[in-house]
Design a protein around this ligand. Structure first.
Ligand SMILES: CC(C)(COP(=O)(O)OP(=O)(O)OC[C@H]1O[C@@H](n2cnc3c(N)ncnc32)[C@H](O)[C@@H]1OP(=O)(O)O)[C@@H](O)C(=O)NCCC(=O)NCCS
Length: 149
């Protein structure tokens, strides 16, 4: 597996598989909108992908000061469904953490996404709060934090 910055040529391919993930379907994700947002963020945000067999099968999108204007915020972490459970997500998250100067990394995860909650806890993240109805009216977003240094 090769972890590297996402580039403009990857955007359409990555956006196409991201929107097949049931989590983001529930949030109404559109491949075109996501591709547009990724393209706009390439210059400002830290966005990594992971290649297996020369295909971009992972996405880690971090906004460097998206956490209260002071800390890094993990906006999106996803792995192409046929590759889930193979360590791509953990490798992307570790690579991202290693490049950040921030003291903390924050993220949100859905209350129903217990697999991701277990994943983040195993990676050293701690739930520090919750925001009911923040994105979808019937879903509570759980706030996780990891102290990086
Ligand atoms: C969560 C996710 C990024 C983890 O990456 P990964 O490469 O699959 O995970 P790893 O192989 O490094 O670690 C395995 C753990 O990931 C989690 N996981 C595996 N498949 C998952 C899935 N389809 N959805 C959510 N979490 C999953 C589980 O906690 C699993 O641990 P387990 O063996 O105890 O079940 C990835 O599975 C994914 O993209 N899931 C769907 C989107 C999502 O939930 N993103 C995070 C939202 S904030």
């Amino acid at each position: 597996m090769n972890i590297r910055p996402l580039n403009a040529e990857d955007v359409t391919v990555v956006a196409a598989w991201v929107v097949t993930i049931p989590l983001w379907q529930r949030y109404g994700a559109s491949a075109d909108v996501l591709a547009q947002r990724l393209l706009m963020a390439l210059d400002t945000d830290l966005i990594l992908t992971a290649d297996t067999d020369d295909q971009a099968v992972g996405l880690a999108w971090c906004v460097p000061t998206g956490g209260f204007g002071r800390s890094a915020y993990l906006r999106m972490l996803g792995v192409r469904p046929d590759q889930a459970g193979g360590g791509v997500g953990a490798a992307l998250l570790s690579a991202l953490e290693a490049t950040l100067a921030s003291h903390d990394l924050f993220l949100l995860t859905s209350d129903f996404n217990v697999d991701a909650q277990r994943f983040y806890q195993r990676q050293g993240y701690e739930q520090i709060g919750a925001i009911p109805g923040y994105v979808l009216p019937d879903v509570t977003e759980l706030i996780y934090r990891k102290r990086l240094r």
